[in-house]
Design a protein around this ligand. Sequence first.
Ligand code: TMP
Length: 217
Amino acid sequence: MMTTTDSKGLLITFEGNEGSGKSTQIDLLQERLEATGRTVIKLREPGGTGLGELLRDILKTPKDGVAIDPVAELLLMNASRAQLVRQVIRPALDRGEVVLVDRFFDSTVVYQGYGRGLDINLVQKIIDVAIGDTRPSLTFLLKVSVSVSEERRATRNSSNPASRDRFEESERAFFERIDQGYESLSTSASDRIKVIDATHDIQTVHATIWNHFETFL
Ligand code: TMP
């Protein structure tokens, strides 16, 4: 299986539950990489293309009277991903750029597989169709407990009620399954997935990520 280390660029993904501080850490890593002269592209899933952002709205914003079955959710997430991989990620890697993505296929394994309870083999097959050989070389899993995630979401949603999305309407047991899913993935893919304690302060978390990155290089 080809990895992105075989092409000129580098694909790095970020994972974690809500409120784990992924976007802050992606911004800090981007800044630091750009300071070393690298060209960096920052993306998010679902989203990152015209089609992907339309699908993101469908997937995240509840619409009156519109149900989304878990299998439909799986396919929509991967429709967004198929477009992102072909339209943006592969060309950027071919140009030798660093691509940072806020969530990638691990989120599907964890949310649609562990969270929604879909068969993991089915989930994996759909992911394979969407990504082909385009796989991350390195994944940072930012870990905070389910309770810390809940507190951080509550704080964010009280200052901005519109930020509460369709996934956040799920019950606590869903988020506990997400947590277990990440735990199990990080054990089975421990070479690629670096688990980071995201309860530390922002700069400490960034320093840990940077150390892993330098070691990886
Ligand atoms: P976020 O951008 O705020 O992290 O929101 C994306 C939401 O979509 C988040 O709740 C996780 C969920 N998600 C999935 O369920 N499956 C996926 O494959 C991806 C990429 C995200």
